[in-house]
Structure formats: structure tokens, C-alpha cells
Design a protein around this ligand. Structure first.
Ligand SMILES: [Zn+2]
Length: 382
């Protein structure tokens, strides 16, 4: 199972490195016209004097004309401002700066965990059974189930972390996928094993720290196929680790949703690479350590050997660390060089063509070998 990523070994290593009325006087005119007849007799003399004023009234008319032309100029001066509104648009293009903020978003969650406390409410069922009873926290039409012993602040924080991770992915990949799966937060490994047994999840011998299963699992991994969501054993690491783990598994779920529930057809290094990449966005750390060591000795895996789940799962020891590290660096390099949207295209197109190499040539003009050479140089320099 590729989504069982967190082996104890990796954990130990990570710990080490760790939005006028126009005035109308028409009504006044008839009033003046009606009051005119009365002053008519005495109005004979004044009539002539009334004539003069008429001409003087004419002049003003012409003077009124001039202003018209002066009104024309301002029109052009209003044209310029239009271009100045164009620039700001490009400044919104540089999504690069928006990738910087995510770093601080990892820190803020702590303070935002305080205010949501009063909004805490239990769902209609109060609790659910998944091999053991779990409490339910419901918000934004999605639920987070959790061991009763866990603090509500942490539960709400990780619940909100799903939305924050989705925002980072949508921003980087230029997508707008509203995918918010349920989240299961388990307090310890013994309880986590009960949940795994209930779901009929076989990890193949090692203890996973977290995993995800799709909404109504088409691969029949779970007994009841509608217990989809992200499951996390919170006892496997500290707060920063929990943030990384939830983001990592969410990314797998996000990719699966993007690929219409068919994550199995995607090259593993693209799937795990993006999941590792998001971890570094949420909590910056040196995830490229193992890849750098291998690059120095020209011992990186051929990317083609990091595509199939069988190849991925048969490796052990430091090779496991290297494949995750290399996958992260490969995806990070690809995003830095060609952009998030191109990566998303590679992810979707390669699952249709059946060849990452073919889709890569079509998208960026170079194949696996050249990409790998460039990647190796980049890793050494980073
Ligand atoms: Zn993974």
C-alpha cells in the first residue's frame, strides 16, 4: 500500500532532520411662465431691458461651449489610468509569493485554535463506531471523528488544517477543487490498530502512521466502502508532524479525487512527490537530504523505477527514505521549473497516455533522461 508511507524508520529520520439623479428644473419653468403675464404692463419698458439680458444670456452660451473642449482633454487623461490598472493584474500572477505565506500559516494555526473553541459542537449522532467509539466534530458540512481523550483545540486545528492544505494546493496548481474528506484522529497506536482492523486495512507488515481511503472505496479495502477519509495516529509524532501527516494524506486524497478515484494509475513518484512537497510547504524542513547524498554519488533511482507500486513497496531501509526524498525533489524541481499547473497536467495526462515519459515530452519538450540529468544537477545545487 503506497499510502502507507510513514514507516517508523522514516519517522525517526524526520525527527532527526527533521474579495444623480440629474437635477431637473423643468417643473420651475411653467411657474415662471405663468407669473410673467401680470408684470406685462410694467413690463413694456423692462421688456427691452429684458432683451439685452437675452443677448448676455447668449454669450454665456458660447462660453459654455469652450468648457466643452476642455472637458475633452480630461477624457484622455482618464485613459491613462486604465493602463495603470493593468499592471496590478500581473502582480497577482506571481503565485510565487503566495507560496511564501504558507510557511507562516503553519505557525498561525496555533493562535486560531483558541478562538474556535467556543464554536465547538457535536454532530447529531454524538459518536460513531469504527472499531471503537469516536466523538464527532462537524463543521462546514464535513466531520472530524476523534478519540475522546484528544483536546478539542487540537481536533479543531487539524480539522481546519484540511481546508488550509486544500487552499495551498488549489493556489499552486491553479485549481478550485472543493474536496474536504472526513478526518479521523486517533489518540494512540492500539486504538489505531482497532480502526484498521475494523476497516480491514492490511498494511503489509509495517505500522502506518496515517493513510486515506476514498469516499466509497472502489478497491474494497474497507469492509464498509463508505468510511472514506483520512486516518491518522496522532501518537506517532509532535504537532508539526501531525500537520505534515494530515497534509500528506490529504494530498493523496486530493489527487485521487482529481483522477476520478483512480490514483492507482498514477506514477508513484508523482503522487508521493506532491504529498512530500506539501509537507514542506506546511512545515519547512530538509526533505531533500537523502536525495542530495545519492546525487553526489550519482546513485539516484531512475525515475522510471519509481513509477510502479510494486517497485516502490519492495524497497527497504535507506532506499525507502531515498525514494521519498527523490520523489519530493523531483516534484519540487518540476514545479519550480515549469509551474504547478504543468505538474497537474503531467499528473492527469500521464494517467491517460500511460507513459510519464511520453506526456513529459509533450508538455515540456524533454523526456525522462534529460529531465533526470537536469534534476540531478539541481539537487546537487540545492
Ligand atoms: Zn504517501
Amino acid at each position: 500500500m503506497i499510502f502507507f508511507k510513514y514507516s517508523v524508520i522514516l519517522l525517526l529520520i524526520l525527527i532527526l532532520i527533521n474579495c444623480t439623479p440629474a437635477g431637473n428644473s423643468t417643473g420651475d419653468i411653467p411657474m415662471e411662465t405663468i407669473s410673467q403675464p401680470i408684470p406685462t404692463p410694467t413690463a413694456v419698458p423692462p421688456t427691452p431691458t429684458a432683451v439685452p439680458p437675452t443677448p448676455t444670456a447668449v454669450p454665456p452660451t458660447p462660453t459654455a461651449v469652450p468648457p466643452t473642449p476642455t472637458a475633452v482633454p480630461p477624457t484622455p487623461t482618464t485613459v491613462p489610468p486604465t493602463p495603470t490598472t493593468v499592471p496590478p493584474t500581473p502582480t497577482t500572477v506571481p503565485p510565487t509569493p503566495t507560496t511564501v505565506p504558507p510557511t507562516p500559516t503553519a505557525v498561525p494555526p496555533t493562535p486560531t485554535a483558541v478562538p474556535p473553541t467556543p464554536t465547538f459542537t457535536f454532530g447529531p449522532l454524538d459518536s460513531v463506531y469504527r472499531g471503537l467509539y469516536l466523538k464527532e466534530y462537524q463543521s462546514s458540512e464535513r466531520s472530524t471523528y476523534f478519540s475522546e481523550a484528544l483536546s478539542h483545540e487540537l481536533v479543531i486545528d487539524l480539522h481546519n488544517h484540511i481546508s488550509e492544505t486544500a487552499a495551498i494546493l488549489n493556489s499552486e496548481l491553479k485549481t478550485s477543487l472543493a474536496h474536504y474528506p472526513d478526518l479521523y484522529l486517533i489518540e494512540d497506536t492500539e486504538s489505531f490498530d482497532k480502526v484498521r482492523k475494523f476497516l480491514n486495512i492490511d498494511s503489509g507488515g509495517f505500522q502506518p502512521a496515517g493513510f486515506f481511503i476514498s469516499a466509497c472505496n472502489p478497491t474494497r479495502v474497507a469492509i464498509d466502502r463508505c468510511y472514506g477519509g483520512i486516518y491518522a495516529d496522532l501518537s506517532t509524532g509532535d504537532y508539526s508532524w501531525q500537520l505534515r501527516m494530515v497534509s500528506h494524506e490529504y494530498t493523496h486524497s486530493y489527487i485521487n479525487k482529481t483522477l476520478n478515484e483512480r490514483w492507482e494509475v498514477l506514477a508513484i513518484w508523482l503522487n508521493e512527490g506532491l504529498a512530500q512537497w506539501i509537507e514542506n510547504k506546511v512545515v519547512p524542513h530538509d526533505g531533500g537530504y537523502w536525495a542530495r547524498l545519492a546525487a553526489e554519488d550519482d546513485n539516484l533511482f531512475p525515475l522510471s523505477s519509481l513509477e510502479r507500486v510494486q517497485d516502490w513497496n519492495r524497497r527497504s531501509g535507506e532506499d525507502v527514505n531515498l525514494q521519498y526524498s527523490q520523489a519530493q525533489m523531483a516534484v519540487t524541481y518540476f514545479i519550480d521549473e515549469f509551474g504547478g499547473p504543468k505538474l497537474l497536467e503531467l499528473i492527469t495526462n500521464s494517467t491517460r497516455s500511460g507513459s510519464v515519459d511520453f506526456s513529459m515530452r509533450a508538455l515540456i519538450g524533454i523526456g525522462y533522461q534529460e529531465f533526470q540529468n537536469n534534476l540531478t544537477d539541481w539537487i546537487k545545487a540545492n
